[in-house]
Design a protein around this ligand. Structure first.
Ligand code: NCD
Ligand code: ZN
Ligand code: ZN
Length: 430
């Protein structure tokens, strides 16, 4: 591998520096650096250099639904979005509930070679919510699984959740919970419960279905001395419970999606299934609470919940369409435009929320590191001035359920670098 010299990049949006990379590792950060011999140059004047993004919540559809996404196409979308690692949710077919299944996902990620694909293990066998999956064997496998989730479904049985937390505590694992009390918000609930759901005649999904599960899980985390991560928090009530739990010293972290940071429930009035997602889009007061919580650190991380779906699963009447939207390629633009240009976050804090914090939550080494000599060259260059209009047809994803199509944002990923290798660039992957 040739050396790589990145010149003139603003580190975390601050001072301009040159970064010299050898054998995938940063060897020098300074000014006026030069490298003799075989060196690939990346002129980064005016661009900002951040640690590569880490997505705690990605749905790749392999195995089982390779018509919607494969590990290779999802990895390409991730690299285009500035990601250097993604955690692949377990709700595939078959479910990632064994050591072999987890190793298979890991190996397919290696073959694709564009981002580190770290499998998430199911909490329960077949996501059925009853019998625990092979948590310890998945952890001991080559995949070293540390994050477990039945995402798509809530681990609603408190006894099962308690036992899962006891098991993962032994090796520093974490349970990522899809917080949706199925008795309060059943499988057809698809619109925030309120005046709008009544007017549209759509089954309601009340905020308390989220906040009550977060509260219960916080209590279980305290009781077991274990760790819970709240997937896709979407409501002001949910944020309030997360804030309370942290104030008690409970080991709990939370993530928010780009779509819940920007889009609101009003988009549902046209019954366009592109905007059908679980949990549903919420009113603007919730969006405001989520932005404030991400800014003040109550919410630790941004996670995409990238959820590709084939046309024939999405193009139905609203109530019958699949839940979920694409997110990997647009996450930085949406978060930058909403939070950084919105004056709520600086670039260094964005890097924490999109890289350092998620890497820490997932226990993923080699990602989210400080940009200094000795660290892996796992980085993203972003252009904070570039404006772009999203074109669904240009996506690397196999699916087209893109709620951002036609929208314009300021902020774009310029190049993604995984251990010294450019995995995506504005000009296409090299
Ligand atoms: N978010 C979604 O709307 N859908 C996810 C499942 C999930 O994250 O709950 C999916 O797998 O399609
Ligand atoms: Zn979910
Ligand atoms: Zn999900």
């Amino acid at each position: 591998m040739s050396d790589l010299l990145i010149t003139g990049a603003r580190l975390l949006g601050g001072e301009a520096k040159d970064v010299l990379v050898r054998e995938g590792t940063i060897v020098e950060v300074g000014t006026g650096l030069d490298a003799p011999g075989d060196v690939e140059r990346l002129e980064a004047d005016g661009l900002a250099l951040l640690p590569g993004f880490v997505d705690l919540h990605t749905h790749l559809r392999e195995p089982g639904r390779e018509d919607a996404e494969t590990i290779a196409t999802g990895a390409a979308a991730a690299a285009a979005g500035g990601y250097t690692a993604v955690l692949a949710m377990a709700n595939t077919s078959p479910v990632t509930d064994t050591a072999e299944a987890a190793e298979r996902v890991l190996d397919l990620g290696h073959e694709a070679g564009l981002v580190d694909v770290q499998p998430i293990g199911a909490v329960t066998k077949g996501l059925a919510g009853e019998e625990l999956a092979e948590l310890v064997l998945m952890h001991r496998s080559r995949a070293r699984v540390r994050v477990f989730s039945d995402d798509g479904r809530c681990v609603s049985d408190a006894r099962v959740m308690r036992r899962a937390l006891e098991y993962v505590r032994a090796f520093g694992g974490v349970v990522s919970q899809h917080s949706q009390d199925p008795d309060l918000a059943g499988p057809s609930a698809c619109c925030h419960e309120g005046e709008l759901s009544g007017r549209l005649g759509l089954p309601g999904w009340p905020s308390v279905a989220e906040s009550s599960i977060i509260a219960r899980d916080a209590q279980l985390a305290r009781h077991t001395g274990s760790r819970v991560h709240v997937a896709h928090v979407t409501t002001a009530e949910g944020v309030e419970v997360v804030r309370w739990a942290k104030a008690q010293g409970i080991d709990l972290t939370a993530e928010v999606t780009p779509h819940h940071l920007l889009l609101t429930q009003d988009l549902l009035s046209g019954y366009d299934p592109t905007f059908k997602v679980n949990p549903p889009l919420r009113p603007s007061e919730d969006v405001e609470a989520l932005r404030a919580a991400l800014a003040d650190g109550t919410i630790d991380a941004v996670a995409t919940d990238h959820a590709p779906h084939a046309r024939h699963d999405k193009e139905h009447a609203f109530v019958d369409a699949a839940f979920g939207m694409l997110g990997l390629e647009t996450a930085f633009a949406v978060v930058h435009d909403t939070m950084v240009r919105g004056g709520r976050l600086d670039l260094a804090t964005l890097a924490d929320r999109m890289s350092t914090a998620p890497a820490r939550i997932a226990g993923l080494s080699g990602h989210g590191s400080a940009i200094e000599a000795g660290a892996p060259a796992t980085l993203v260059l972003v252009d904070t001035e570039a404006s772009q209009t999203v074109d669904a047809a240009a996506s690397k994803s196999l699916s087209r359920n893109n709620p951002w199509h036609g929208m314009s944002f300021t902020g774009a990923v310029h190049s993604t670098i995984l251990r010294g290798r450019v995995t995506a660039s504005l000009q296409g992957a090299s």
